[in-house]
Structure formats: C-alpha cells, structure tokens
Design a protein around this ligand. Structure first.
Ligand code: ATP
Ligand code: MG
Length: 309
C-alpha cells in the first residue's frame, strides 16, 4: 500500500510481535463438551468442482471506530450467500454488534468466540444459523485479549479454530473490533485477505498507515500471505466536495485496490440491525441492498480473476 507517499508516517511503529512457539504445548484448558447449537453444512459431495476448495477467509478491519466494518461484514456476507456461496460470519468484537445485528443479545449468550479462542471449544458449537451462519460474540469476549495473552500460540488461536470449518464454507468473514489488538491480530493471522472499510473523510484515511504497519509485521512474523485485498469507501455522500476529494486520495494511493462500489450514506443501514436484519432482507429492492450485491460481485470477480491468473 502506498499511502505513505502522501500521508506522513505519523505513528511510531508498534512493538514487534513476539516470536511464536507453535510446537510448545498449549496451556489452554479444554472445556467440557458443549451442546451443538448448529449443524455445520456438510462437505461438498464427490464430483463437486468445489470439492477440495477451502473457504476464503477475509478480515474486515480498520482501527477507526464506526466506519462500517460490521455493516459490511453482515451485508456482504448475506449478498455472497444470495450469490450461492456458503458463508460464515464471525463476530470478533466484544461490542457484539454483528451478533446483535442478527437479532441475538450478546449479554445472554452462553458460549461464544471467547470460549473458542480461550478454551478451545469447537467453533461449530458457537455457530447459529440466521440469515447466514454466524459465530457469535458475548460480553466476555472483552476479556479474551487478556486471557489469550498468557497462552502460547495466542496469535494463532483463531486460525486453529477455523481448521474445523474451512472446507465447509466458501467464504468466512471476520468482523474485528476498532483496535489493532490481539483479536484483530488473530484475524490477520487467520485471513487470506483484509478488506478495509473507509469512511469517505480525510481524517479516516490517516489511520490506514498504522493498519498497514501492523499488517506488515503480521506478514513478517506470522502470516506471509496476508494482504489488503480491497478498500471499500463507505458512508459516501457524493453531494459533498469533501467526500469526492477523499475518493480521489484513495484512488491516487490505492489504485486497483479501491473497489468501484461506493457504499452511500443512508439511514437504511442503521434501521436494518434494529430489526435484527441485514439490509438485503430489510429492504431487498432498495439501493442500499444493491450496493452490497455490487460489492459481492466485485469480490467474486476478483477471486475468479486470481484463480485464472
Ligand atoms: N453507508 C452507511 N450510511 C449511513 N450509516 C451507516 C452506513 N454504514 C453503516 N452505518 C451506520 O454507522 C454506524 C457504524 O457502523 P458499523 O457498526 O458497521 O461500524 P463499525 O466500523 O463496525 O463500528 P465499530 O468500530 O464500533 O465496530 C452504525 O450505526 C451503522 O448502522
Ligand atoms: Mg463493528
């Protein structure tokens, strides 16, 4: 990413990640067997062209709060499902907004991604089927970073948890919290690519340098393959010069990484989660739903282009 060409490296580089020792024994205590909430879809049948395909894992990240990470994870996930893909979305944010936006209350959920990451509960035990399959967050996920920090292999907890389901889905989308802490690092380690939702404002663009620095460290130490796969401009209001200029800056700096789809500013995106729904179910024929279908098409076309390259 070439953002440093125009934006100064104002943030000092974060401390290097500790070297990991994957071969040492894990200290996490295995929990008792939990009841299965959900039957994970069966593997593709023999002869299916996708037989051996593993899910593409995409993290949605931006340490700036309120830029539409959660909105994009849910609505893109539902749009990919509409397009015939098997989709799992994962709530890695202690705020639990993704979980809430599918009509569940994180305050009363018993087993969540906390148990998966810290106690090694199988991820299938915390997957619920709503509009798409969702691995839920609960309030105790707030303690996950602290609990994980004492564990060996702490950056790989999510990657390991996903092994169980990677051949059951085509796309696994990770909603991360507004920070570059251990939960987001876990997402970067487990991911093939990162999609960065960016609010169309100048101040929102500056944090991208720090995001790229963190990703560079993850590449160096933990996951050499992870890259920014795309930048999604969100809350775009084409009537303002400021938003149009923000798009220009993004275009200059990211070129092809910038998705063509602009997610416009509309109250529909705030209304839908109140009903526990994606905007594709809440207002299926409206432009807000169409925007995420367009984005899904770009994501699918990009995946196809890479396969045929
Ligand atoms: N295109 C949009 N136009 C208007 N409002 C939007 C749009 N996208 C999202 N919102 C609203 O903006 C708020 C923040 O969105 P969202 O929760 O998806 O951001 P986030 O990046 O996940 O936030 P956080 O960093 O707190 O996790 C929500 O109320 C959401 O409904
Ligand atoms: Mg969020």
């Amino acid at each position: 990413m070439g953002l440093s060409r125009i934006l100064p490296r104002s943030q000092p580089l974060p401390e290097p990640l500790p070297a990991e020792s994957a071969d040492e024994p894990e200290v996490a205590v295995p929990s008792a067997l939990a009841p299965r909430l959900h039957a994970v879809p069966s593997s593709p049948v023999a002869g299916d062209p996708e037989e051996h395909a593993l899910a593409k894992v995409i993290a949605f990240a931006n340490q700036k709060g309120g830029v539409a990470k959660t909105t994009t994870t849910l609505n893109l996930g539902v749009a990919l499902k509409e397009a015939g893909k098997r989709v799992l979305i994962i709530d890695l944010d202690p705020q639990g907004n993704l979980t809430m936006s599918q009509g569940m209350n994180p305050d009363v959920i018993e087993r969540s991604m906390f148990d998966v990451l810290v106690h090694r509960v199988p991820i299938s035990d915390v997957i619920h089927t709503v509009e798409v399959d969702i691995a839920v967050a609960s309030i105790d996920l707030a303690g996950a970073e602290l609990a994980l920090s004492a564990l060996i292999g702490r950056e790989r907890a999510l990657e390991k948890a996903l092994i169980e389901v990677r051949d059951k889905y085509d796309y696994i989308l990770l909603d991360t919290p507004p920070s570059l802490g251990l939960l987001t690092i876990n997402a970067f380690v487990a991911a093939d690519g990162v999609i960065v939702p960016v609010q169309c404002e100048y101040l929102s663009l500056r944090g991208l340098v720090q995001l790229e620095n963190t990703l560079a460290m993850v590449r160096e130490n933990l996951n050499p393959a992870v890259r920014v796969q795309g930048i999604v401009p969100t809350m775009y209001d084409g009537r303002t010069l400021h938003a149009r200029e923000a798009i220009e800056i993004l275009q200059e700096n990211f070129g092809d990484l910038l998705f063509e789809t602009r997610i416009k500013k509309t109250v529909r995106y705030a209304e839908a989660p109140v009903k526990g729904s994606s905007v594709l179910r809440y207002d299926p024929t409206g432009p807000a739903a169409q925007a995420y279908r367009d984005l899904a098409k770009e994501v699918l076309d990009g995946a196809q282009a890479r396969e045929h390259a």
